[in-house]
Design a protein around this ligand. Structure first.
Ligand code: ATP
Length: 854
């Protein structure tokens, strides 16, 4: 067992009780404290131990609980302090008793001392020296002894002397001496006793002093403990007062809180009561609502059962209809399969038809007089339906001055932009079918080239030129075929100035992502290796985006003032449209491109009255135009060598000139007699270009007529009749051609269906010349097809070699591998086609106002 500082000899119980204290007094349970407070446990506990308990409590109070003392610990403290007081008072009593005892003993000893002193004083008269001083007594004793010895010797001598003289007296005297000696001895003993008493007294004094000192120290200790205790008591009182004040404060706070919470409880009670009332109301309402709902549900259930019955009936009939429909659909799928083949054939026929029309075509367009020129005389004598144009020489009146020119078509001054474009539409379709096409406008400055290619300034949709209409048409065609073919269209715009590809910073390549697919464009170069100027790429998603960018490009075309036309274009501007068509079913790709060229003015150098750099410009323009004429002439003549490399213009257009490419030239005429010379030179240029092709075409036309005649004879002999007994006449190719053309130019709806790849069928079926058989079959169509085949024109046109790597996609597929998926325009598909048409017309994007070349 460890030594406990308070462990007394007899305080075993106290030790046992306090030994089990663990942790702080404040943490002791009340039971433990009450056990500690039992007076039986504190009995006989040494003061020192009690004081250490007090110290422990006080230390803990000050050090750990910030002066706050729990009530039960305060009680314990009070009890221990009371015990200390009691113990101290007991000790004081004990000391007092002891002191009294000591006093009594002291008095006793004092009395004894006094008795002894009295005795000593009494004997001192005789043995003063002895009583006065022991040493003196000893010397006295010695002296007495010596004296006795002397007396004895005297007595001896006397005895000897007197010898037996007084034997009797001697004996008496001897007894007297003995008695004296005895008395003296008793006196000495008495003195010795006194000495002992004195010795005792000294010891008693010493002991008394010791006790007095002890009492004094105890008193001092007691005083100290008392003062300390008082001090502690005072401190504790103060603390108690502080704690009391704090507790009273807290009590007040708690009271106010209690009051608040009571108020809130009251409020809550009131609110709850009102809510309860509301809820009760609601419950009643809901109950009534539920009742009504229940009745409604019952009704609904009955209705639902009835509907279910009806539904079952409908389902049954639906299944029956569905089965019928399935059968019909199967039949339709078969028809569609056949129709697919038919479409491919149609496409072939369409392109053969285009080929028959000629790969190089020349259209002449005569510009109207401009406002303020109405009084001017015109050089145009007559315009024939067959593309004949007669102009008269103002200096040679009469028929002698007339000159006749022959073109594929001549547009009179009143021809609208739409009319002009309707003749171009088939070319655009060829582009999406994988052909290369070049359309350019040739003519002197101010003859209307830009008007034809782009349109006037601030053009409305009605005034749109070929560029915008071609792009719009491309968008429409791609939209209509989007379920089967994925189109990607890239638009590029360049300018050739002074026989240089102008590297102007606004040059651009515009990529139109019709189906939001990116084109893998890696480089932009022509097949002859001619690099296209630096160009920026702009992804565009609609026609209007493209038109915006074309306008930016047009703005930057180089212009300068000349005497003839202040805003004359001095450069060739070329808009190239690259098209990639991917058959979504087969994965085949076809590439086509369309060059839309607005050539620079073709006026003669001497007339334009220019000098210096402008003269150089005019020379370059003339040189490049004559190089273009040479190339086209050479191609028309089917010459072995085509001089493409004579100018940058022909190099750039190479991919769209020659081979299977189709070329269309607009010859623009200014009807003013003042421009006669320029107009004449323009017409001669055009004649040179188209003459050979037209001669060839005439020969073909004659042969065609002959074949046609033979077939007609054959049909008449076989006596072919339709299902309704009506005789179906055969038609010549030229009839078919004109039919197709008129159909395209007049009927917008059909034109759109034609865009969707149905042109030939629709035209054949809808033609007045080809009455439809009751079954919807078109016997005339097959005949036309067979006639076209009989003409033994070149085989199915293959797309021209990939013009450049601008599309960046290798592995071009031949046109023969290209196929279409389309559905027959029967009763089921007509609503779909009408829907497509409507969506196309509603999605037609209005372009921003067109800016002319500035
Ligand atoms: N068919 C037309 N109908 C109405 N106006 C026309 C027609 N053709 C041309 N014009 C007008 O004639 C003027 C000259 O036409 P345009 O600028 O197109 O000639 P251009 O041949 O392009 O000249 P340049 O070689 O200088 O560019 C313009 O004001 C244009 O609007």
């Amino acid at each position: 067992m460890a030594h406990q500082p308070w462990l007394p000899h007899g305080g075993q119980k106290f030790y046992e009780v306090f030994q089990w204290k663990q942790g702080r007094y404040a943490d002791l349970p009340a039971a433990k404290i009450s056990e500690m407070m039992k007076s039986s446990n504190l009995d006989n506990a040494p003061t020192q131990s009690l004081l250490s308990v007090v110290n422990g409590i006080l230390d803990e109070t000050f050090e750990r609980t910030n002066g706050k003392i729990p009530h039960r610990v305060a009680c314990l403290l009070r009890k221990v302090v009371q015990e200390i007081e009691r113990s101290i008072s007991t000790q004081a009593d004990h000391l007092r008793t002891k002191n009294n005892l000591f006093k009594i003993r002291e008095e006793k000893y004092q009395s004894r001392i006094r008795v002894l002193e009295a005795l000593a004083a009494y004997s001192g008269e005789e043995t003063k020296p002895v009583t006065n001083h022991p040493q003196q007594t000893k010397t006295e004793n010695c002296k007495v002894e010596e004296k006795r010895k002397v007396e004895n010797s005297k007595v001896e001598e006397k005895r000897k002397v007197e010898n037996s003289k007084v034997e009797e007296t001697q004996k008496a005297e001897n007894s007297k001496v003995e008695e004296t000696q005895k008395v003296e001895n008793s006196k000495v003993e008495e003195k010795l006793k006194v000495e002992e008493v004195r010795e005792d007294k000294r010891e008693l004094v010493k002991e008394t002093d010791k006790y007095i000192n002890e009492i004094a120290s105890l008193k001092q200790e007691l005083e100290m403990a008392k003062t300390m205790h008082e001090k502690r008591c005072l401190e504790m009182d103060k603390e108690t007062e502080g704690v009391k004040a704090g507790l009273q404060g807290r009590l007040k706070e708690l009271e106010s809180l209690l009051a608040d919470s009571n108020n809130r409880v009251k409020e809550l009670e009131i609110t709850t009561e009102s809510k309860c009332q509301k809820w009760n109301m609601k419950v009643k309402i809901y109950q009534s609502h539920m009742d009504s709902q229940f009745s409604t549900t019952q009704e609904l259930r009955f209705t639902s059962d009835a509907i279910k019955q009806e539904l079952l009936k409908t389902q049954k009939s639906y299944f029956e209809e569905f089965n019928q429909l399935e059968k019909k659909l199967k039949a339709l799928a078969d028809v569609a399969g056949n129709y697919r083949k038919l479409l491919a054939e149609n496409r072939k026929l369409f392109n053969e038809l285009q080929d028959l029309k000629g790969n190089i075509r020349v259209f002449c367009r005569i510009r109207p007089f401009l406002p303020g020129q109405s009084g001017n005389k015109t050089i145009v004598d007559s315009i024939g339906d067959n593309g004949q144009l007669v102009i008269s020489n103002p200096s040679k009146p009469g028929k002698e001055g007339n000159k006749t020119f022959k073109f594929n078509k001549v547009f009179c001054p009143t021809a609208t932009q739409a009319e002009v474009f309707s003749d171009i539409q088939p070319f655009i379709q060829s582009v999406v079918d994988g052909y290369n096409v070049c359309i350019f406008a040739y003519g002197q400055t101010g003859s209307g080239k830009t008007y034809t290619m782009t349109g006037p300034n601030n053009a409305t949709e009605e005034d749109w030129g070929v560029n915008y209409r071609a792009l719009n048409s491309l968008f429409k065609i791609s939209q209509s075929r989007r379920t089967t073919i994925e189109y990607e269209v890239g638009v590029q715009m360049i300018e050739i100035y002074n026989d240089q590809l102008k590297n102007y910073s606004f040059g651009m390549v515009i990529f139109v992502f019709l189906n939001l697919h990116t084109m893998g464009v890696t480089s932009i170069s022509q097949p002859n290796g001619l690099a296209v100027p630096d160009a920026s790429m702009h992804p565009v998603l609609s026609t209007s985006d493209v038109i915006d960018l074309i306008d930016v490009g047009l703005k930057n075309i180089t212009v300068s003032a000349t005497a003839i036309n202040e805003r004359s274009s001095r450069s060739h501007s070329i808009v190239t449209v690259h098209v990639r068509a991917k058959d979504l079913k087969l994965g085949n790709c076809l590439y086509g491109n369309l060059h839309l060229v607005d050539l620079a003015g073709s006026e003669r150098v001497d007339r334009s009255e220019v000098t210096g750099s402008a003269l150089k410009e005019a020379q370059h323009i003339n040189k490049s135009l004559s190089a273009l004429g040479d190339v086209i002439f050479s191609l028309a003549q089917k010459g072995a060598y085509v001089p493409y490399r004579n100018s940058k213009l022909t190099q750039v257009l190479q991919s769209s000139l020659g081979g299977q490419a189709k070329t269309l030239m607009f010859v623009q005429l200014n009807p003013d007699i003042n421009s006669y010379t320029e107009s004449l030179s323009t017409l001669k240029f055009a004649e040179r270009v188209s003459g050979v092709e037209l001669a060839l075409k005439d020969t073909v036309a004659k042969k065609n007529e002959e074949i046609e005649r033979l077939h007609l004879l054959k049909d008449l002999k076989s006596g072919y009749t339709g299902n309704n007994g009506e005789l179906h006449r055969t038609v010549s190719l030229s009839d078919k051609q004109s039919e197709v053309e008129s159909q395209q130019s007049t009927d917008d709806e059909k034109s759109e269906i034609s865009d969707a790849g149905l042109s030939l069928v629709t035209e054949t079926e809808g033609s007045a010349e080809y009455p439809r058989s009751p079954e919807g079959s078109t016997p005339g169509r097959s005949r036309v097809a067979s006639k076209i085949r009989l003409l033994q024109k070149p085989p199915t046109p293959q797309p021209a070699p990939r013009p450049d790597s601008a599309m960046g996609v290798p592995g071009m597929q031949p046109a023969s591998e290209f196929s279409f998926t389309w559905y027959p325009p029967n009763i089921y598909l007509l609503p779909i086609l009408t829907g497509i048409k409507k969506s196309l017309s509603s999605s037609a994007i209005k372009p921003p106002p067109i800016r002319k070349k500035v």
